[in-house]
Design a protein around this ligand. Structure first.
Ligand SMILES: *Cc1c(COP(=O)(O)O)cnc(C)c1O
Length: 361
């Protein structure tokens, strides 16, 4: 079966460096919040031209701790997209706030910023755009609205490490940028991990405490926090991969360009808006014949996945929000038509050709 991501080939390329790194860390006996985490934080903050980066246990925790650190709490409302991974809404709910959904743009499937203002109430405290599949959300518009209404902006960059708008990387627009290093993400560890980037030193200080039991100095607890740290081993592995992230993203963009060229006009290929730098965490097509195409690919040994079959407002767990079918028609149509194809920097040209031919029927 042709896989969606080829972590095995990736490992074989970086094997020696990874194993040397693991040996160094294991021999150091320093496994939590050590020098590798600090080095990665420094490299990632520099890469984004941002003053602080804080390693945490997952992308979900990056969102949760950012919201918490920015003061989002019980009774607040946070505007976000219904077309994302469930964790985006979960993190909002952890703080006691309520997610308020806004439908998405038909082309990028990112939050439709032109619909945000009508959802703002006295309770709205923040906007949480997601750079879905690696294409940046319209941050110019989001920032403008947030500024006008005095809202915080938390960017969910879990699928978009290195994506940018006019050269400015995602995560550096809002009050906090949140990354996930889940293994299949475009920058992935060999386990769970996440990172928050931000400029405000006071908020950074709060979040650093939150990730470590509310404590800055051993056994002095200023607040009730969490156990949410990026561990040394994952940070070491990420240092090996981070060096190559621009190369990986370039590779993904080349594969995407070939798909765009070879896929038939009957399916809608992902769009890249002018001035936007898409990193194709997923290469996602849209077609009303989605299920037939997926079956055909499967019969020919090619993986494909539906991200996401159910928009958040129709999820069982969020029933209490009283949404119904028809509330967010663009997200609902996307859920019926999207199909993500194999995408990674080592994808063979012949595989892309074969996939396109099978989709062609
Ligand atoms: C993966 C993902 C998350 C959660 O990240 P974890 O590291 O798995 O906790 C959040 N939001 C989006 C959009 C994601 O794709």
């Amino acid at each position: 079966m042709v896989p969606m991501v080829d972590l095995k080939t990736e490992f074989n390329v970086i094997k020696k460096e990874v194993l040397d790194m693991l040996t160094e860390i294991l021999e150091s006996s320093h496994y939590i919040l050590g020098p590798k985490v600090s080095e990665l934080e420094k490299k990632i903050s520099d890469y984004h031209n941002i003053s602080a980066a804080i390693g945490v246990a997952s992308g979900t925790d990056a969102l949760h701790l950012s919201l918490d650190g920015l003061g989002i709490s019980e009774g607040d409302e946070v505007i976000t997209t219904p077309f994302t991974f469930f964790a985006t809404a979960e993190a909002i709910i952890y703080t006691g706030a309520t997610p308020v959904f806004v439908d998405v743009e038909p082309d990028t499937l990112n939050i439709d910023a032109s619909l945000i203002e009508e959802k703002i109430t006295a309770k709205t405290k923040a906007v949480l755009p997601v750079h879905i599949f690696g294409h940046p959300a319209d941050m110019t518009m989001v920032q403008k609205i947030a500024k006008k209404h005095n809202l915080k902006v938390i960017e969910d960059c879990a699928q978009a490490f290195g994506a940018a708008i006019n050269g400015k990387r995602v995560g550096s627009f809002g009050d906090a940028g949140c990354f996930s290093f889940y293994p299949s993400k475009n920058l992935g560890a060999y386990g769970d991990g996440g990172m928050i980037i931000l400029n405000d030193p006071a908020v950074a200080d709060t979040i650093r405490k939150l990730r470590n039991h509310g404590s800055k100095r051993a056994y002095r607890h200023e607040t009730v926090g969490f156990n949410s740290r990026l561990d040394e081993i994952q940070a070491g592995i990420l240092l090996v991969k981070f060096k190559r992230i621009d190369e990986y993203n370039t590779g993904r963009r080349q594969k995407a360009a070939l798909y765009n060229k070879l896929l038939p006009g009957t399916v809608k290929c992902p769009k890249e808006k002018k001035g936007f730098y898409h990193v194709y965490h997923q290469y996602t097509i849209m077609t009303p014949e989605r299920d037939e195409i997926q079956n055909r690919l499967k019969d020919n040994g090619i993986s494909s996945v539906v991200y996401y079959p159910i928009p958040l407002h129709l999820q069982e767990a969020l029933k209490f929000m009283d949404h119904k079918e028809g509330d967010f028609p663009v997200a609902e149509k996307a859920a019926k038509e999207v199909l993500s194809l194999p995408m990674h920097p080592w994808l063979e040209e012949s595989t892309i050709k074969e996939t396109a031919e099978i989709i062609n029927g």
